[in-house]
Design a protein around this ligand. Sequence first.
Ligand code: ADP
Ligand code: MG
Length: 212
Amino acid sequence: MSITSNSEKKIGIEVSSPTPDPRPPTPFVRAERLTKTYVTGKNRVVVFEDLSVEIAQGEMVAVVGPSGAGKSTLLHLLGGLDRPSVGTVKVGEFDIFKLGDVDLARFRNREIGFIFQFHHLLPEFTAVENAMMPLLIGRSSHQAAIVRALAMLESVGLKDRAMHRPGEMSGGEQARVALARALVASPRLLLADEPTGDLDSKTSESMHNLLK
Ligand code: ADP
Ligand code: MG
């Protein structure tokens, strides 16, 4: 893992990784010279400038920094959920912002698992329906999707909550459904945005163990 910035402005985020160097020669994620600027009316917010990050395959990395520092923005760019103002993001063999919208959506569906801070489960669907959604979008058969989603729910300890809707589950259970959904299509890159931010410390610890 490495992170650099040529910006005059100090970046408010740090990327840290317990994985020891030396890294393999070709990193799996290569974000090069990213700048993200938001313009709203007369205001221009430069979230970061000239930010480069490399992450190796199999590496677990934490992005840390105070609220508003740009952590979510960076994760959204790495996952192709938002486009940078300047710069490139390569994930595996994909130069993701060179892809058109349809191919980018397909890339996200196949290669990226994303866990949002507030889970963003679909309230009208059950746990298993939420967890199988990426497979249905990826055109798996209904039957195969159910079998796989149930196995994922079982692996996060929620086998007996499969038919419950999000409103009938605790925050920690919803977070685990979100994890099952993020992993169901076997993505090569899992991005998690403060997945344990609103959980108690014990639930948060078990979530961290599942993430490993
Ligand atoms: P973090 O996740 O580290 O708390 P964010 O990445 O959400 O920070 O936000 C970084 C900065 O970008 C903040 O100053 C925020 O106000 C600003 N920002 C985020 N999204 C938008 C947006 N859609 N329009 C304008 N400014 C935004
Ligand atoms: Mg955030």
